[in-house]
Design a protein around this ligand. Structure first.
Ligand code: NAD
Length: 256
């Protein structure tokens, strides 16, 4: 279904980004991978699906490196048909003790990077009159939680950016939408569970139960495969006129 298309997924060495890259690759899309840590293992997982995968290690907090990554994608594959803005970090602290440099890093990686990739991807998508921009926001793009000021601000921001992108491209074949996951058991969330277990002197299992029951009525994590499936749907013809939406897969979190 996506054979011959190229998908660039930021932060695809781990977690949700890797899960989405795998589901897009299963549909035949070639993948431009990005992110820190080991990339050869994840890359082998993707190429085993019979597609091409190239890796670029751009730091999403650095606009010049993002430009270099987009050039790299154009050189390797001619351009990006599907852009998944997924790279993200978290920091948990009350506002009055929130380190300003963490605020800046979260806004840069979770929000501003998507502005740069989007502005650089649009000309190619316009030229082809087909494109998909999929922003990985969060339940925190729709509602707030304490101690996550930068993250909630960035995620609400990316939902806004998604809407503007969709409107500016509304008469073209390029759509922009956001996915808003609830809890997904990735390294980003495991860190929060471990911190909770340590702070409350409880087991990791108990901390996991508490984390889910606090926010997520289903008491289930959303899986990276499920989020990949949503991305595949956004890439399908059935979603040609789905524009500017922020769709949650959050076990009922934002229905409350
Ligand atoms: P993760 O930590 O498993 O993966 C994050 C990815 O981003 C990794 O590949 C990492 O290397 C990359 N990354 C981090 N900083 C980067 C930088 N400066 N430049 C380039 N790459 C960078 O986390 P995850 O849970 O898979 O999160 C992915 C996205 O999903 C994030 O935007 C996160 O906010 C969002 N999200 C996660 C959850 C959840 O419960 N895990 C829920 C809602 C939204």
């Amino acid at each position: 279904q996506l054979k011959g298309k190229t998908a660039l997924v930021t932060g695809s060495t781990s977690g949700i980004g890797l899960g989405i890259a795998i589901e897009l690759a299963k549909q035949g899309a070639n993948i431009v991978m990005n992110g820190f840590g080991d990339h050869e293992g994840p890359r082998a997982q993707i190429t085993a699906l019979g597609v091409r995968a190239e890796y670029h290690g751009a730091d999403m907090s650095k606009p010049a490196e993002i430009e270099a990554m987009m050039k790299f994608a154009a050189e390797k594959f001619g351009g990006v048909d599907i852009l998944v803005n997924n790279a993200g970090i978290q920091h948990v602290s009350p506002i009055e003790s929130f380190p300003p440099e963490r605020w800046d890093a979260i806004i840069a990686i979770n929000l501003t990077s998507a502005f740069h990739t989007t502005r650089l991807a649009i000309p190619y998508m316009r030229q082809k009159n087909w494109g998909r921009i999929i922003n990985i926001a969060s339940a925190h793009g729709l509602v707030a939680s304490v101690q996550k000021s930068a993250y909630v601000a960035a995620k609400h921001g990316i939902v806004g950016l998604t809407k503007v992108t969709a409107l500016e491209l509304a008469t073209t074949g390029v759509t922009a939408n956001a996915i808003c996951p609830g809890w997904v058991l990735t390294p980003l969330v495991q860190k929060q569970i471990d911190a909770r277990a340590a702070a409350e002197k409880i087991s990791v299992e108990q901390a996991t139960k508490e984390l889910l029951s606090e926010k997520e009525p289903s008491l289930q994590f959303t899986t990276t495969e499920q989020l990949g499936g949503m991305a595949v749907f956004f890439c399908s013809a059935a979603a040609d006129n789905v524009r500017g939406q922020a769709w949650a897969s959050d076990g009922g979190w934002t229905a409350q």
